[in-house]
Design a protein around this ligand. Structure first.
Ligand SMILES: CC(C)(COP(=O)(O)OP(=O)(O)OC[C@H]1O[C@@H](n2cnc3c(N)ncnc32)[C@H](O)[C@@H]1OP(=O)(O)O)[C@@H](O)C(=O)NCCC(=O)NCCS
Length: 157
């Protein structure tokens, strides 16, 4: 997918899943809450489920170590749920934006046209990334719902 801030960004495969789990397990509780908005209780099961759900997974690595990861999980109706996380000391260097861009490009190529993300309403970095892509943001209490849509296949005809 490319390089950003000294990190290599690439699509992940099955043999990366153990390292992906270790990456998520290394995140602090606030980062995990922001990434999964409380919906994921069991990280091992979540990572395992990525295979079943045919998710698109991007990882950012420095020296072979994962410093960021993002997933786009197909949720039906041409939509994917997107989430990204970057290790604290690697934030603010463009990695979150680059992984989101990579995932969007990959999903678009595969015919997905609706991108949804959930986070907490005070998550300014995530909201800035959303705005860069021209996504719309709505709020349900503390939850921010980010939606980015391309013209649907029927609209393109
Ligand atoms: C959200 C997250 C992935 C962003 O990663 P990142 O690598 O720092 O992203 P970028 O470097 O591309 O920065 C994204 C934007 O946030 C801004 N930003 C970074 N830190 C910020 C802060 N503390 N306050 C406000 N804005 C901030 C950057 O300036 C950038 O905006 P700009 O390009 O308009 O200047 C990272 O903060 C993270 O892992 N958070 C915990 C998990 C999470 O919240 N995931 C998102 C919900 S799924």
């Amino acid at each position: 997918m490319g390089a950003e801030a000294g990190a290599t960004i690439r699509g992940a495969c099955v043999k990366d899943l153990q390292a992906l789990l270790s990456f998520y397990e290394s995140l602090d509780p606030e980062s995990l809450y922001r990434r999964f908005h409380g919906a994921v209780k069991d990280l091992e099961e979540y990572v395992e489920s990525l295979k079943r759900s045919r998710a698109f997974v991007a990882i950012a690595e420095v020296g072979g170590e994962i410093v960021g990861a993002g997933e786009a999980v197909p949720v039906g109706g041409g939509a994917v749920e997107v989430g990204v996380a970057v290790r604290k000391d690697m934030r603010g260097k463009g990695l979150g934006t680059a992984m989101a861009r990579g995932l969007l490009g990959l999903c678009r190529e595969r015919g997905f046209w609706r991108f949804v993300a959930y986070t907490d309403a005070s998550n300014l970095p995530a909201l800035r990334i959303a705005r860069k892509f021209g996504a719309s943001v709505s709020y349900e209490g503390d939850l921010a719902i980010i939606i980015f849509e391309l013209p649907s296949p029927s609209e393109q005809r």
